[in-house]
Write a protein of this length. Structure first.
Length: 235
C-alpha cells in the first residue's frame, strides 16, 4: 500500500526548546494512525510541524511522495492535507454556514456539494446552519471544525484531541463520525486523550515519549501490550 504521509527523523521546537527529537511516522492511503503518549510528549507539536504551522529544524515530511516540510500552511491545504486543532478551531462570531464557506475556500467551486456532504455527516450542523458558531455546544463546535476541514476534500486529516472535554455520548458520536470519514477514503492521524479508543479505531499506532517514538505497531497489539497498558492506558 502506498504512503500518503511519511515523516522521517523530524526535529522541531520553540526557541531554544527542542520538542521533537527525531520522530518517524508513516500513514498509508485510507489508514487511521493513532499517536498516543503522556502530556508534553510532543504529539500536538508533531501535527503542527506536519501541517506547516511550525517549521521543522531538520528531517523530512513527505505528502504523497512530495516534500512539504517548511511549506506554507495554505499550500499544504491545497495539496489535500488538513489540520483540525483542539482549540480556536472555528470562527465564533460567524454562522455555521459562513464557517463552512471559509473552510471550503480551496474547494474550487465544489462548495455546495461539499456542504451537503458535511450536513449529511453532521445533521445537527444543518439544523443550526444560521446559528453563530460561538453559541454551539462543545460537541457541535468540534463537528463544525471537522466539517470545515472536510470542505477541502482532504486526502489526510490531522485531528488533535477531537473528543477533549466532551461528555461520553458525544465522544462516541465523534468517534463514530471519524470511522465514517475514514470509510469514505480519508486517511487520518489521530492524537487523542482517550488513548484506548484511539487504539481501537486505528490500524496502527505510535507511542511518543519526550519527543521520540518509543513504540509502534498495530493498534490492537499496542492495546494488549502489558508495558504500554501500565504506562499509558491506566493499567
Amino acid at each position: 500500500m502506498s504512503a500518503v504521509l511519511e515523516v522521517r527523523d523530524l526535529r522541531a521546537g520553540y526557541g531554544d526548546h527542542e520538542i521533537l527529537r527525531g520522530v518517524g511516522l508513516r500513514v498509508d492511503e485510507g489508514e487511521i494512525v493513532a499517536v498516543i503518549g503522556p502530556n508534553g510528549a510532543g504529539k500536538s507539536t508533531l501535527l503542527k510541524a506536519i501541517a506547516g504551522l511550525l517549521p521543522p529544524r531538520s528531517g523530512e515530511v513527505r505528502f504523497r511522495g512530495e516534500p512539504i516540510g517548511g511549506a506554507a500552511p495554505d499550500a499544504i491545504i491545497h495539496r489535500g492535507l488538513c489540520y483540525v486543532p483542539q482549540e480556536s478551531n472555528v470562527f465564533a462570531g460567524l454562522s455555521v454556514e459562513e464557517n463552512l464557506a471559509i473552510g471550503g475556500w480551496a474547494a474550487r467551486g465544489r462548495g455546495d456539494a461539499r456542504a451537503a456532504s458535511v450536513a449529511a455527516l453532521f445533521p445537527a450542523l444543518a439544523e443550526r446552519r444560521r446559528q453563530r458558531a460561538g453559541s454551539l455546544s462543545g460537541g457541535e463546535r468540534q463537528m463544525l471544525a471537522i466539517g470545515m476541514a472536510l470542505m477541502v476534500e482532504p486526502a489526510l486529516l490531522l485531528l488533535d484531541e477531537p473528543s477533549a472535554g466532551l461528555a461520553p455520548a458525544l465522544q462516541r458520536l465523534i468517534f463514530d463520525r471519524i470511522r465514517d470519514i475514514n470509510a469514505a477514503g480519508v486517511a487520518i492521524v489521530l492524537v487523542e486523550q482517550n488513548a484506548r479508543e484511539s487504539l481501537r479505531l486505528c490500524r496502527r499506532g505510535y507511542v511518543l515519549v519526550m519527543g521520540q517514538t518509543r513504540a509502534e505497531g498495530p493498534g490492537q497489539s499496542l492495546l494488549e501490550d502489558p508495558e504500554i497498558r501500565r504506562a499509558y492506558l491506566g493499567g
